[in-house]
Design a protein around this ligand. Sequence first.
Ligand code: GLU
Length: 488
Amino acid sequence: MSIRTRAAPSPTGDPHVGTAYMALFNWAFAKSQGGEFVLRIEDTDQARSSEASEARILAALNWLDLPWDEGPDIGGPHGPYRQSERTDTYRQYAQQLVDQGHAFHCFCTAERLDAMRAEQRAAGAPVGYDGRCLNLSGAEVSAKQAAGETSVVRMRVPSEGECRFRDELRGDIAIPCSQIDMQVLLKADGFPTYHLAVVVDDHLMGITHILRGEEWINSTPKHKLLFDYFGWPMPALAHLPLLRNPDQSKLSKRRNPTSIDYFRDVGYLPEALANYLALMGFSMPDEREIFSRAEFLQAFSLDRVSLGGPIFDFEKLNWVNGQHIRGLNADAFMDRLQDWAINRQRLAPLTPLIQTRTERFADIAAQVDYLLGDRRPLSEQDFTHKKLSRDQVVEVLFRTARACDALAEWRQDALLDLCKANAERMGLSLRDFLAPLFIAISGRPVALPLFDSMAFLGADITRVRLREALDALGLSNKQRKRLEKQIE
Ligand code: GLU
C-alpha cells in the first residue's frame, strides 16, 4: 500500500512556522518512501477562516519547497480539498451516525451548557456534556425540529470501558471512556467540527499516516471511536512535540515571530529554515546538523524522530542559515539576494514612497535601511519626547503591540484605526501618539510614512520592533501586568 500523508492547516491567520514543521515531516515521511503528500485546507471555522490566509499558507509552503501531489489549487482524485466545499459529505456521514445510534441530536442552548459547565466546575467534576438529550425519542426530535428548535449532532461515547490507540512514537495509549466528551460533530449551522471532518476526510482521502502536533493527542480517542463507528481502519498516528520558546512555553506570536513570511522577509533561505525545522524533531545518523533536502529524505525515518520538546532558538537558526548562505557559490549568492528583496515585486510597494523623495539613487539606501534591513538598536533616550512622559510612551507602545496582536488583517487602514482609537483612549493627539511608534519602527523621529512602513514590514517584524522598544524602555513585569489590566 502506498503511503499517503497530509498537511491540514486551518487558514485562520499568518502561515505559522508550526504548520511548516508539520508539513515538512509529513512530506518527508511520504516522499522518503515513494508515497504521496496531500494538502487539505481545514476551513470549517467560518468566522476565522479567510481566503487571504489560505493563499499565504500555500505561498509559504511553496516557498519552502514542499510540493503536494493533491490539493485545493491542483485538485486530485479525492477532492475537493477544501473542507468548506465538502459539507454535504459531512452531513451525510453525521446522519449515518445518527441513524446507526452512534450520534444524537442535541437541543441544549448555549445558556444551558454554560450553566452546566459552571456547575461541574464548582463541584470539581470533569467538564463535559451531561447527556441530557441522549435519549430523546425519534418523535421528540422530530417535534422539536418541527417547532423550529435548532440542534447540533453529538457523538455517543460508551459509558464504560476504555479507548485504545497506538501512537507510533509513544506506544499504546488507553483512555477511560468516562474521560471522553460527547463531542459536537455537526454544528447548528450545518458545518462539521474539526473532529468529524478530519476523520471523514482522512478516510476518504486514503491517508495512511498522520503526523501532527501533540496538542491533538487528547482528541484522538474521539477520532478512534468515530473510525470504529464507521467501521474504517484508523491511519497510523505519530504526535510530534510542539515547538517551544526557550522558557518551554508554546511558540506564540506574542513572544516571538512565528509567521513563515517573517522568515522569508528577514532573509532566511527556505532550505536553511527547512534544515532547521528538520533538526527540531529529527537527527541525522551521524549527528550532522547541516544537510540538504536530498540528504534529509534519504536519512528520514520515524525511528530518528525524537520526543524532546524542541526549543526554537533564533541564534541556532541564524547559524544554520549562515552555513547555507556561505555554502552558495557567488552566482547563486547574487541570485538569492536578488530573489530576497532586490527585485521588482518587493520594491513595488516602496516605489511610490521613495521616488518623490529621491534626487540621486544614492539617497535611497538611507531611506529604506530600516525596511530592508534591521532597525538600529534603541535605548531609552531615543524615546524622550517633549510632551509624553516615559510612562505614556510605554503605554503607547504597549497598547499598539496588543492591538497589533489582535489584528486579523494587516492593512494600513486598520492600523490607522487602531492607533486613532488608542490615542483617543489615552487623550493624546494622533501626532503625539505616533511619535514613539516612528522611533520603534524606523529608529528615527522622521522616516517614511509610518503606516506604509508597518504594512511593508508585515505583522511579525512590526511586533518584534514594538517588543524590543518596550525592552529598551525597561518595561517591568509589574508595569506590564498593570497595563494589561488597564487596557482590558
Ligand atoms: N487543522 C488542524 C490544525 O490546524 C489539523 C490537525 C490535524 O493534523 O489533524 O492544526
